[in-house]
Ligand binder design. Sequence first.
Ligand SMILES: Nc1ncnc2c1ncn2[C@@H]1O[C@H](COP(=O)(O)OP(=O)(O)OP(=O)(O)O)[C@@H](O)[C@H]1O
Length: 250
Amino acid sequence: MFFGCENLSFKYGNVEVLKNVNLEIEKGEFIGLVGYNGSGKSTLLKVMSGILQPYSGNVYFKDKTLDEKNRIKIGYIFQNPENQIIGVTVEEDVAFGLENIGVPREEMIDRINWALSIVNLKGLEHADPNTLSGGQKQRLAIASILVMEPEVILMDEPTSMLDPKGRNEIYNVIKKLIKMGETIIIASHQPSDLEEVNRIIALDKGEIIFDGLKDEFYSKNIIDVELPFKTKLEKELHFRFQKLVDELCQ
Ligand SMILES: Nc1ncnc2c1ncn2[C@@H]1O[C@H](COP(=O)(O)OP(=O)(O)OP(=O)(O)O)[C@@H](O)[C@H]1O
């Protein structure tokens, strides 16, 4: 198996949020992971990237169990690029992972240039990441992952915090990555993120409820991908709670 998992379960404390998930992913596939809020999308991607350890079952990469050695081949893009940016300049940020694995300077420069050109950030090498727009920050986060030459890229709602311009920038980068033959799983509610997707995996309460072609998924009307909440009441409560938290934090 190129990439996937077998009988994967995950618990936060006593609460099981992934139940017996089985997936087989071929090299070069571009897959959409959908599901309502809390269905387990982020958790699944985190377990499949090795950030979280399974409660039971296994993640496989090229027929081997995912471990400390081979997890470097799986790149994970966070929903919020701020979680991923650590460098004082764009260039330093992209260099960070390469420095950690001791890549020689000449090769490092070539790889950084290559990654920044793919995400269209050439010319901003010396910029302070804090001064970048949301779309530019997310593109920087993608460059920092790409430079490590991952064989699988897992994207966790990479455009949910962006405005339409930023979303479009990421969409263009994704299109480029697909052309390059990258293997990508993207968790998203944004129809534009899912435009080029062939296969959809839908999660509900930590279980796979659909795994198949996108057209079949839409025709069966399995879940409304544009609505991250199951009901209007859930959505209303979410935003009221958010407002309350914001007020308390002021
Ligand atoms: N750190 C945590 N500790 C305890 N429970 C958690 C934690 N993170 C997530 N959960 C719970 O696990 C379940 C799955 O959450 P997860 O974030 O994986 O879902 P999701 O589909 O990615 O949701 P969203 O679309 O809101 O990001 C939810 O019930 C959530 O409340």
